[in-house]
Design a protein around this ligand. Structure first.
Ligand code: UDP
Ligand code: MG
Length: 353
């Protein structure tokens, strides 16, 4: 009897929310949906797809709204400007009503056909389903950088994920909502999620090259993402810095003592030859200081952003076809598009247009 209740409850409530951040993805949307929706329908569970237009300057929004007529399960959020991929995912988490939430990229680098594997992992009772890319299809510089970043992040954070960068990931709604409540400025979701997970798993998924358009990540943007990853997870970079400072100072002092001794033994004429050595030591010290200031600056910057209460994102509009809204008089179907931000959106602004 109880089982029947649980099953009927499951049927009534939404099971799966798919969250897709999008910046300038108009060329990919049609082919993405052509593959995504059959996979989701094939799962035979209730689902919704939430696309976040993260300040696109192309026709991403229009294309999404056109697609929405074909796919009533589609919910479209638009940001007032570009807030970044992770902020967009956070907005998706806030909006998501499914028991399980899966994030993915819009450019088909994460094959939608892998989604059933994640759903199967949820059914087995895992609450955080990480993935790692097998046969990664990115330029060599991205792959090498990514290997380094993964290694460094594991060491610094103590979080042992195989692949921090693959955004095809699954979270139970509990974890997604906890992440959405995070007020932290610019977070790195896959790493942070591990803090909340009780029963995580990592599964392999395939990877494809981008189908259309260009990557939104320049070298600088990748670097800033890496800083987000490191600083949002722990203070150990600060401690490392402290150690490094000690080490450099120790070297400097030892050199100083050595030079002094040699100066006493070999006399003043020798010391002129040491000028360049001194310069070299000075440069090492200055270099160390620069690293220190840079990193301290990063943390102070974060505190500053926190104090200012900068919003993580601002939602301009929400478009959804909602069956529970009274249809307008001239509606020829039983559904209507609602526009406007739902109440309680995390640090979001209502827009009345
Ligand atoms: N994206 C976003 N906002 C951004 C940058 C990227 O919403 O500021 C989205 C983008 O549309 C894509 C996903 O995040 O769906 C991954 O971005 P991209 O493919 O450009 O990154 P790469 O695969 O090159 O790391
Ligand atoms: Mg991509």
């Amino acid at each position: 009897m109880e089982n029947i209740d649980i099953i009927s409850e499951m049927n009534r409530s939404l099971l799966l929310s798919v969250v897709i951040p999008m910046k300038n993805e108009e060329v990919n949307i049609a082919s993405l949906f052509q593959r995504l929706f059959p996979v989701l329908h094939g799962l035979d569970i209730s689902f919704e797809v939430i696309c976040i237009d993260d300040g696109s300057t192309d026709k991403t929004l229009n294309t999404l709204l056109t697609q929405q007529k074909k796919h009533p399960e589609l919910i479209v959020l638009t940001f007032s400007r570009n807030f970044g991929q992770h902020a967009a995912v956070m907005a998706g988490f806030e909006q998501a009503r499914g028991r399980w939430v899966i994030t993915m990229d819009a450019d088909l680098q994460n094959p939608p056909e892998e989604i059933p594997k994640l759903v199967a992992a949820f059914r087995e009772g895992y609450d955080l389903v990480g993935t790692y890319r097998e046969g990664r299809r990115d330029p060599i510089f991205r792959r090498v950088a990514s290997d380094m970043v993964n290694w460094m992040t594991r060491k610094i954070s103590g979080v042992y994920l195989k692949d921090f960068g693959c955004m095809l990931r699954g979270y139970t709604s509990d974890i997604a909502k906890q992440l959405a409540r995070q007020k932290e400025y610019r977070i790195f979701i896959p790493a942070l999620a591990t803090l909340y997970a009780k029963n995580p798993v990592e599964i392999p998924v395939s990877h494809a090259p981008r189908t259309g358009g260009v990557s939104n990540y320049s070298f600088l943007k990748l670097f800033s993402l890496q800083l987000d990853l490191m600083t949002s997870l722990s203070l150990s970079p600060l401690r490392l810095l402290f150690l490094l400072g000690f080490f450099i100072a120790f070297l400097g002092i030892s050199f100083g003592v050595l030079l002094l001794i040699l100066r006493i033994i070999l006399g003043p004429s020798w010391a002129v030859g040491g000028v360049f050595t001194l310069f070299a030591i000075l440069f090492i010290l200055i270099g160390g200081q620069f690293i220190a200031f840079g990193l301290l600056g990063e943390y102070i910057g974060r505190v500053f952003q926190e104090v200012r209460g900068h919003p993580t994102y601002i939602i301009k509009d929400t478009f959804k076809i909602s069956p529970d809204v009274e249809p307008p008089d001239n509606a020829d179907e039983g559904t209507s598009i609602t526009k406007g931000s739902p109440a309680g959106m995390h640090q979001s602004k209502r827009s009345h247009t």
